[in-house]
Design a protein around this ligand. Sequence first.
Ligand SMILES: Cc1cc2nc3c(=O)[nH]c(=O)nc-3n(C[C@H](O)[C@H](O)[C@H](O)COP(=O)(O)OP(=O)(O)OC[C@H]3O[C@@H](n4cnc5c(N)ncnc54)[C@H](O)[C@@H]3O)c2cc1C
Ligand SMILES: *[C@@H]1O[C@H](CO)[C@@H](O)[C@H](O)[C@H]1NC(C)=O
Ligand SMILES: *[C@@H]1O[C@H](CO)[C@@H](O)[C@H](O)[C@H]1NC(C)=O
Ligand SMILES: *[C@@H]1O[C@H](CO)[C@@H](O)[C@H](O)[C@H]1NC(C)=O
Ligand SMILES: *[C@@H]1O[C@H](CO)[C@@H](O)[C@H](O)[C@H]1NC(C)=O
Ligand SMILES: *[C@@H]1O[C@H](CO)[C@@H](O)[C@H](O)[C@H]1NC(C)=O
Ligand SMILES: *[C@@H]1O[C@H](CO)[C@@H](O)[C@H](O)[C@H]1NC(C)=O
Ligand SMILES: *[C@@H]1O[C@H](CO)[C@@H](O)[C@H](O)[C@H]1NC(C)=O
Length: 576
Amino acid sequence: MFSSPVIFMQIVAYLCFAGAKILGSTDDLLNQYDFIIVGGGTAGNVVANRLSADRRTTVLVIEAGGSNDVLDLQIPYLWTSLIGSAYDWNSTSTPQSGLGNRSVTLARGIGLGGSSSINAMLYTLGSADNYDAIAELVNDESWSWNRLQPFFGKDVTQPGSPSSPASDMIEVAPPRFYQPTDDRIMQTTQENSEFPFNNNTNSGKQLGFGWSKSTIAPDGTRSSSRTVYLKPEVINRPNLHVLLNTQATRLLQLDRADRTRFNGVEFVESVHAKREIILSAGAYGTPHILLNSGIGDARDLNSVGVTPRHELPSVGHNLTDHSLTTLTWTVNSTTTYESIRRNETLWATLLEQWRRNGTGDFSSSGIDHVACLRLPSTADIFNSVQDPSAGPNTGHFEIIITNGNIFGGPTSDNLIAATLMVLTPMSRGFVKLNSAHPLDKAAINPSYLSHRFDQYTMREAIRSTQRFFDSPAWEGYVLSRAGDYAAVDLQDDNELDAYIRDNVVSGLHPVGSSSMSPRGASWGVTDPDLKVKGLKGLRVVDASVIPLIPAAHTQGPTYIYAERAADIIKKDWDTV
Ligand SMILES: Cc1cc2nc3c(=O)[nH]c(=O)nc-3n(C[C@H](O)[C@H](O)[C@H](O)COP(=O)(O)OP(=O)(O)OC[C@H]3O[C@@H](n4cnc5c(N)ncnc54)[C@H](O)[C@@H]3O)c2cc1C
Ligand SMILES: *[C@@H]1O[C@H](CO)[C@@H](O)[C@H](O)[C@H]1NC(C)=O
Ligand SMILES: *[C@@H]1O[C@H](CO)[C@@H](O)[C@H](O)[C@H]1NC(C)=O
Ligand SMILES: *[C@@H]1O[C@H](CO)[C@@H](O)[C@H](O)[C@H]1NC(C)=O
Ligand SMILES: *[C@@H]1O[C@H](CO)[C@@H](O)[C@H](O)[C@H]1NC(C)=O
Ligand SMILES: *[C@@H]1O[C@H](CO)[C@@H](O)[C@H](O)[C@H]1NC(C)=O
Ligand SMILES: *[C@@H]1O[C@H](CO)[C@@H](O)[C@H](O)[C@H]1NC(C)=O
Ligand SMILES: *[C@@H]1O[C@H](CO)[C@@H](O)[C@H](O)[C@H]1NC(C)=O
């Protein structure tokens, strides 16, 4: 019934960008395109680049935000200031029962590049087991670690790492700016066997402390799906159109494609996709559009007044995210982030250095090391809960050490910070509609720490991190625990739990809300070819199709999925 889908759009505003093949207005739209991609974010731009490489194929990208061609997005150091900015959708969760009913902010990027334009640029892949578990779950070997190798990002520094000969691949590099704390971190890996050094945590075996890899280009600027996959020569392709500041509201069946106005100011228009519509609106945006279109659980849809058009009860369900908390300690040093943040002269000097030659603190996200660690196999939680990790090479939690609190406001102290994440959460949440109005916000409930395994793991991650800083390497440097954390009795589970409830926030890695599942399965939203089950001409390509959250920051897996998705689509349509 969806055989010739049409996109129904609400035009909010237009922007014109000289020199770029970005549409100035909807007047310039073609009557139809071979492919319409909803969301010019991380995954969407990969697909747009690959499909438009065949000049006979017409492609339209519809992006809710703007061009994102601004300095703040290019400077790696400024990434934390982008949270809550004009480049963030500023979403908020529903009250989280696992967090004492607190709501938390859920940053996600808006504008070309999507979340890759505002993220922390860490490029981690998780374990090979993560990919193999998904291939097994969806019963399709082509999603396995080995078979995905051609789609991995281009490591511009480390020979022997997974890489691909394809052009316009996301670039990945180790830190180019060394933090004064790096040596002590490395020393700790030699002093304490709980924290072994791993020289390539992206090899498929992720356990241990390793140097971080980041999507930062050799010139010290952020590398995003906007800068790599939509560079000027791509955006100028005559067969690729990019429509900005346009929020897609829902997908319509052709026979119901009447032109309808939402209100007196804005107007609507429709575009035909000759071949396919590709939803790349992210783990919150994609289920929202599907539900607005009547694709979802009929009972839920009816309850808010949306007419069900295609029964697919899993849409929006199984939303999974990492939970995150940051601990800080005061240190015997003045060369930390805090000193940069409170000293305008130093700030200006470093910014000028970055402008001149792309080096120094401003060329770094501030994250030099990432550690993925396991709970001991003897942990008592395993008496009652089956280990949710994908295998013995997969971490249960992550520790990131930073030379100062990169999330913190101005302070007179100097700090060292550890940011912890539960990598194998068992909590599952949902995205649901609040109303039938397609521009209303959806209810987003990641259900952080609603499963006691997640709470247990966060507790043990905190204890492990404290042992890390109790290592001799930090003597005379780490002075005392800071903030609310200072008063917590680490022996007392209840006190730790209370601290966690009050302080955990989103890990910003939502996946699973439009899960891929085996062909013919009674659950899931897409088949392993990423086509929406039971419909024609509609695919999902973004983080929402990843059915099991990897023990990784999710841009790496998202880029890999998008590269393979583009390959599948090109083969299906026999384009080059
Ligand atoms: C602040 C932050 C920091 C992060 N740090 C890291 C990190 O260091 N490393 C890492 O690996 N991952 C990180 N992540 C996560 C990672 O960036 C995401 O998992 C990944 O980018 C998701 O890609 P996506 O294509 O699924 O969605 P997105 O990149 O979010 O793209 C979705 C796009 O669709 C657009 N859109 C949504 N709805 C509509 C609509 N109705 N109509 C038109 N357009 C629409 C959005 O504006 C956006 O451009 C971070 C995320 C955030 C927010
Ligand atoms: C997010 O909030 C900030 C601060 O209030 C605001 O400036 C920005 O425009 C908001 N983002 C969007 C996309 O509305
Ligand atoms: C959280 O909200 C639920 C439902 O409203 C309520 O039953 C519960 O007591 C609340 N918990 C706390 C800690 O306030
Ligand atoms: C890590 O690997 C790199 C590149 O392969 C190598 O140059 C370096 O010496 C290794 N470091 C350690 C500590 O093994
Ligand atoms: C959630 O995912 C699991 C597989 O991980 C599946 O068995 C279950 O049916 C899914 N639930 C929904 C509501 O889709
Ligand atoms: C601020 O930074 C400048 C430049 O590095 C330095 O000379 C000055 O001493 C700093 N001020 C303070 C108060 O630390
Ligand atoms: C970059 O500029 C700074 C001064 O602003 C200088 O100290 C540094 O050596 C330069 N680095 C390179 C690689 O040119
Ligand atoms: C701070 O470090 C200096 C050496 O750099 C040392 O002499 C001093 O004792 C340290 N202070 C504390 C409180 O440990």
